[in-house]
Design a protein around this ligand. Structure first.
Ligand code: F6R
Length: 363
């Protein structure tokens, strides 16, 4: 049932404040704002590193998590595409921990990689949406995402639910490793608690996204840029756009612009820049100016005002100011809405895009 939405994807995008709220409620004690996880089959204080593996959107959630685990738990993290880890001669130290992320819990490459890691003496934890799935069954510990059934082929609410679980896990790891204290934990959990409200604010007005959708629907190629923990989001934004609008899009780390992709920039090339006003904002602004100097069309997603961009913008998608820790969760909404509105204007089948299946159970 799509409710009063045209597509399942729209319904699922709009469910995110609730889904993130539910998922948080399952991991946070409401009275003390402390993270409360089920008993872990290992001790975060004792592991040398964490190996994360997944496919597609779930892989991008893993990449965001790497920034969180490193920043807040000082835990070395490796993130791999499941089909790569599986066939690579990866070094998996005995007693190490492997984490798998999957909405369906049935993705063939992720499942095979899980088995491969188990055979190499790894403890297995998984973040899954379908708890009666193969990946869930074969894990030592399952941390469920409470997203409810996701029907749209392009993943939306499962992604933000995955980020929610991973953020809580990173906080728990930080506490176990003595990197963050109770006060810091409360602050981070407080920022997470604000996410549903920020998401709801963004979802109240989709007109700006329709306007951007009109501009993008005429483009052949789109470049997405982001830095730090928003770099994986740039890749996720490009993936969403490719999947449902069939427009070619690439996500790049903003700092990589001058190492190649800048050659693509001309008046026909929209460049979408994800740049919250955080410690990296000025760096990204200078990349934006490089794009502007070459005539590229710039669409900025930010809490900054247009005057702070230092160059002319073709569009500004305004996001409420948020704690930088939770920016990937909040900025997921604009990138999903951009893809959705571009695709619906182009008349594609957003819930069932060509050539794609919801659950990829073959290699
Ligand atoms: C993108 C998308 C895919 C999945 C990927 C993994 O919108 O839906 O990239 O994220 O196929 O699927 P799961 O999470 O079921 O393992």
């Amino acid at each position: 049932d799509k409710g009063n939405h045209r597509h399942f994807m729209a319904k699922e995008i709009h469910e995110q404040p609730e889904v993130v709220g539910h998922t948080l409620a399952s991991l946070v004690r409401f009275d003390t704002d402390e993270i409360e996880l089920p008993e872990l089959p290992f001790d975060f204080a004792e592991i040398p590193r964490l190996t994360i593996s997944a496919c597609g959107t779930a892989y991008y959630a893993g990449l965001v998590a790497k920034y969180w685990f490193e920043r807040w738990a000082r835990l070395p993290v490796e993130v791999d595409i499941a089909s790569e880890l599986r066939y690579r001669d990866a070094v998996l130290d005995e007693g190490g921990v492997s984490l798998f992320i999957s909405q369906s819990g049935e993705t063939a490459d992720t499942l095979a990689t899980l088995r491969h890691c188990r055979e190499h003496g790894q403890k297995i934890i998984s973040v899954v949406n379908v708890t009666e799935s193969s990946i869930a069954r074969e894990s030592d510990l399952v941390l469920p995402t409470l997203a409810g059934p996701e029907i749209g082929v392009a993943s939306t609410k499962a992604f933000t639910a995955q980020l929610t679980v991973l953020a809580c896990l990173a906080i728990a790891a930080g506490k176990a490793r003595g990197v963050i204290d109770e006060a810091r934990e409360k602050e981070l959990v407080g920022a997470l608690n604000e996410v549903p409200r920020h998401m709801a604010t963004l979802l109240r007005d989709e007109v700006p996204y329709e306007e951007i959708g009109h501009a993008l629907s005429k483009a052949d190629d789109v470049l997405y840029l982001g830095r730090g923990q928003n770099f994986p989001l740039a890749m996720e934004g490009a993936l969403k756009l490719k999947e449902i609008s069939y427009i070619h899009a690439e996500g790049y780390a903003a700092g990589e612009l001058k190492h190649g992709p800048i050659a693509l920039i001309d008046e026909k090339m929209p460049v979408i820049v994800i740049a919250p006003r955080d410690g990296l904002f000025d760096k990204t602004v200078s990349n934006m100016q490089e794009v502007a100097a070459r005539g590229g069309q710039i669409i900025l997603i930010s809490d900054a005002e247009s005057g702070e961009a230092g160059c002319a913008l073709d569009g500004l998608l305004h996001v409420p100011p948020v704690d930088p820790f939770v920016a990937p969760l909040v900025y997921a909404i604009p990138i999903q809405l951009i893809a959705y509105h571009t695709a619906t204007l182009m008349g594609t089948d957003v819930d069932q895009p060509r050539n794609l299946a919801k659950s990829v159970t073959v290699e």
